[in-house]
Design a protein around this ligand. Structure first.
Ligand code: ZN
Length: 157
């Protein structure tokens, strides 16, 4: 993965798993459709839920709310559809079950540690913060670098 995520996090305002996932969704969709960001007005996107991933999608594809070629639907589905405006095809890129498990696994890990943190002294609380930060960083690193096949599935729209 040669994409430089630094500018994305500057745009998004923070480094997080879902903005990273949005970039992976956008890049995978463009690759599957054979387009680049320069083709932004030849395509239109639909994200099937609403979260930080929207910014990764906007940043990579140029399909943005401002450009009027991106919509989202609060369907609770971690999937991105990218269609050619001339009707000549489209793709749906869906976050894999394994990736969703890993994302929710981190949330559970963090929730467990936060419960412990509430009843811990300062020294343990600081250890817990460090553990959570390490887990978070590892998750972002994984979303950045995981093989596309393990992260998403790509199907025709
Ligand atoms: Zn975020």
């Amino acid at each position: 993965m040669s994409f430089d995520f630094t500018a994305l996090y500057e745009f998004h305002g923070h480094r997080c798993p879902m903005s990273t996932m949005g970039a992976r969704l956008g890049l995978a969709a463009m690759a599957a459709l054979g387009v680049t960001k320069a083709d932004q007005f030849k395509v239109e996107g639909l994200f099937h839920t609403k979260n930080c991933a929207l910014d990764g999608i906007q940043f990579t594809t140029g399909c943005t709310l401002g450009n009027g070629n991106l919509a989202y639907a609060e369907e609770g589905r971690a999937a991105f559809t990218l269609n050619r405006r001339d009707g000549r095809g489209g793709v749906v890129v869906t976050v894999s079950g394994a990736a969703l498990e890993r994302l929710s696994g981190f949330k559970e890990f963090k929730a467990r540690l936060m419960e412990e943190r509430d009843i811990s002294g300062l020294a343990r609380a600081m250890e817990i913060d460090a553990e959570i930060n390490r887990g978070f960083d590892a998750l972002v690193d994984w979303v950045q670098s995981a093989d596309e096949g393990g992260l998403v599935t790509v199907t025709a729209a």
